[in-house]
Design a protein around this ligand. Structure first.
Ligand code: FES
Length: 92
């Protein structure tokens, strides 16, 4: 399940990134995703940084979903980095 969510982050980059995620404020999905990658890890931070979802709030759920995908993606990367660090060293 967690892996599926992590994969979704990459998939979202492929699916119409230039299309507006927030139609009220003309904010493309890629702008939201870049803000998340740059450290906006809460809905409030994403909204403050991109101006997304400062209107009727209709895109709130989409932003939370992207945050969830990114969090899963980061967890997966951290665990694969940890796996690499624990590989036995070849002493031959
Ligand atoms: S689509 Fe973002 S506030 Fe309406």
């Amino acid at each position: 399940m967690e892996k599926d969510l992590a994969k979704r982050w990459q998939e979202e980059w492929q699916k119409s990134p230039k299309r507006n995620l927030c139609v009220c404020y003309d904010v493309p999905k890629e702008e939201v995703m870049k803000a998340i990658e740059a450290g906006a890890d809460t809905f409030e931070k994403v909204s403050a940084k991109t101006y997304a979802c400062q209107g009727a709030g209709c895109c709130e759920r989409l932003i939370y979903r992207l945050l969830e995908f990114h969090q899963a993606h980061q967890k997966e990367q951290a665990s694969s980095d940890a796996d690499e660090q624990t590989l036995p060293v070849d002493k031959a």
